[in-house]
Write a protein that binds this ligand. Structure first.
Ligand code: ADE
Length: 302
């Protein structure tokens, strides 16, 4: 699975079942930009049928690390297979040029943007709990259920995501949440945990205790990130820990300090977040348990 770093530009298709001829793709507007490159809207023609897709490309002078991440993302998507709550692979252009990844187009964009666009004005002005602000609570909990569902599948396929956050969740038809951005994901089949040697560029605010201090990544560290993601959902897209710096966070977390209950958040949903942030990974719930708990909460609310 790891492959060699050169394999992005060799002339034998790496996953021939998924190979797409470059000439069958037409690129449209930019959907998103990263330091790696960009994602564009695209049209894929196949046997006279045109399909709307999202196309992920590297910038012209991409670093080897970015090339490896994109190649790794392709490998992970092939391995993980189809699931309604995971962005699905359409194919890839791997021969005769730079690697291009083609995935399902999610018409409702990224979850982080949706949350910010739908945030009630009053939420920006007050930190006072339950001052009559209405949030689309069922929809918000549904996002959590979808994501726990997708993560259950990922975990069953021995894959750790390592970058689970609202910016990496896309919204499909009917606002179905789909986990995306597997560039940092790893197959942990042999070791059951992934230990990085160097301090790779990872988002500190979403990192589990053991990832932050020991560079250890497991499904249980994805559960910590899921708790942070639930907090992002319940604050309609706020930045976790606000102005606190990563350095300060490394001093605070060992004292037991954690994110506070958002102004408008049911206690039972906050309880779900806080068990995700147990210092010992084995004390955190599993993704199937999280899904079941959120299912129960949504029943109780209605
Ligand atoms: N932005 C990044 N990836 C996307 C996708 N697959 N669909 C829609 N918007 C995106």
């Amino acid at each position: 699975l790891k492959g060699d770093p050169e394999s992005t530009e060799i002339s034998k298709p790496v996953h021939s079942d998924w190979e797409i001829p470059r000439s069958s793709l037409t690129l449209g507007k930019v959907l998103g930009k990263g330091q790696f490159g960009e994602v564009r809207l695209g049209e894929l023609r196949k046997r006279g049928v045109t399909q709307t897709v999202a196309v992920k490309t590297l910038k012209e002078f991409a670093e080897d690390r970015d090339k490896e991440d994109l190649k790794g993302e392709l490998d992970i998507l092939v391995t993980v297979g189809r699931h309604d709550n995971i962005i699905s692979l359409v194919g890839a252009c791997t021969v005769e040029g730079p690697l291009v990844l083609v995935v399902e187009y999610a018409p409702n964009g990224c979850l982080k943007d949706w949350l910010k666009d739908n945030r009630p004005e009053e939420l920006n002005q007050t930190d006072i709990p339950s001052s009559g602000i209405q949030l689309p609570m069922d929809q918000l909990i549904m996002f959590g259920i979808d994501i726990a569902n997708g993560m259950s599948h990922l975990a069953a396929m021995q894959c750790v995501h390592r970058d689970l956050a609202a910016r990496n969740v896309l919204l499909g038809k009917n606002l179905t949440a789909k986990i995306s951005d597997f560039g940092l994901s790893r197959d942990i089949y042999e070791e059951s945990e992934y230990v990085t040697s160097t301090k790779s560029q990872l988002p500190v605010r979403w990192l589990a205790y053991e990832s932050l201090f020991y560079h250890v990544y497991t499904t249980q560290s994805d559960v910590w990130s899921f708790g942070i993601l639930l907090w992002e959902i319940m604050t309609m897209g706020k930045k976790p820990y606000g102005q606190t710096t990563g350095k300060e966070l490394m001093k605070l977390l060992p004292t037991g300090y954690r994110l506070e209950k958002p102004a408008v958040c049911p206690q039972d949903v906050y309880d779900v977040m806080t068990i995700c942030w147990e210092t010992l990974p084995e004390n955190r719930p599993t993704f199937p348990q999280l899904r079941a708990t959120l299912d129960r909460i949504i029943q109780d609310h209605t």
